[in-house]
Design a protein around this ligand. Structure first.
Ligand code: MF3
Ligand code: CO
Ligand code: CO
Length: 251
């Protein structure tokens, strides 16, 4: 069985992608500063829209498959694809901001989970484990190994900390399209899967939860929530594979 085509990037193209990737992380950092109890998630979307406009950057998610906002905002048990609305952030919430930015036709994609006011020790532990799982995946991602090596590193990191990964959410290649090949599973077996080669640019974005990994979609048609309403945390980075090193583009 062959693997599907991956649009590999030239070094010069990765350099162009860096603009979008850096803008993605800059805007996320700016939005982090406005997160506090009492603000609505749609006001975060408005901030995001303003920052994109100010920087002449494209909102990659707006209109993507019909998505209605510039950013996915997923609170507590919302695992992914949360639509900004009139929900008012509460002290103790955790909130995932997932942003995709386009510049000069190239995209960057990154997500972070943030604390709202004072959160429980359990939620702190979940966020820490989510960051660790993504970092473990990035560390494993290099030319010469296989996708299964990344998946295994991510999954075993999460399991070691006592969490499950929502396996129907995967990382993805990214470039002139938001979602490209290759698929990046957040589980796997070392030594198996597609070989990782220089020129691949893809995301790593495991979603961790302390309970069951079963999810359902709310009737806004977008928000995916855990069935047991346990909270989720997620960190996403866009990374580039070179022959001799791997670079995090969304730093
Ligand atoms: N940024 C998300 C990802 O990491 C994509 C969200 S797609 C949307 O792949 F349609 F929900 F916006
Ligand atoms: Co994303
Ligand atoms: Co992504």
């Amino acid at each position: 069985m062959g693997y599907s085509f991956v649009p590999l990037k030239l070094k010069a193209e990765v350099i162009r992608m860096k603009k979008a990737c850096r803008m993605t992380s800059e805007i996320l950092r700016a939005l982090e500063l406005v997160i506090k109890p009492g603000i609505t998630t749609e006001s975060i979307d408005h901030h995001c829209r303003r920052l994109l406009k100010k920087n002449n950057a494209e909102a990659g998610l707006l209109g993507y498959k019909g998505f209605p906002s510039t950013i996915c905002i997923s609170v507590n048990h919302v695992a992914a694809h949360g639509v900004p609305n009139d929900y008012v952030l509460q002290d103790g919430d955790i909130v995932t901001l997932d942003l995709t930015v386009g510049i000069d036709g190239w995209y960057g994609d990154s997500a972070v989970t943030l604390e709202v006011g004072t959160i429980t020790a359990e939620k702190k532990k979940l966020i820490k484990a989510a960051r660790e799982a993504t970092d473990a995946g990035i560390k494993a991602a290099r030319a010469g190994v296989r996708m299964g090596d990344i998946g295994e590193a991510i999954n075993s990191s999460a399991e070691k900390n006592g969490y499950k990964i929502l396996q129907n959410f995967i990382g993805h290649g990214i470039g002139q399209d938001i979602h490209e090949e290759p698929a990046v599973l957040h589980c796997g077996e070392t030594g198996t899967g597609r070989p990782i080669v220089p020129g691949m640019v893809f995301t790593i974005e495991p979603i961790l939860t302390p309970g069951s990994d079963e999810v359902e979609t709310l009737n806004d048609g977008w928000s995916v929530v855990t069935k047991d309403r346990m909270p989720c945390a997620q960190f996403e980075h866009t990374i580039a594979i070179f022959g001799d090193h791997t670079e995090i583009l969304t730093k």
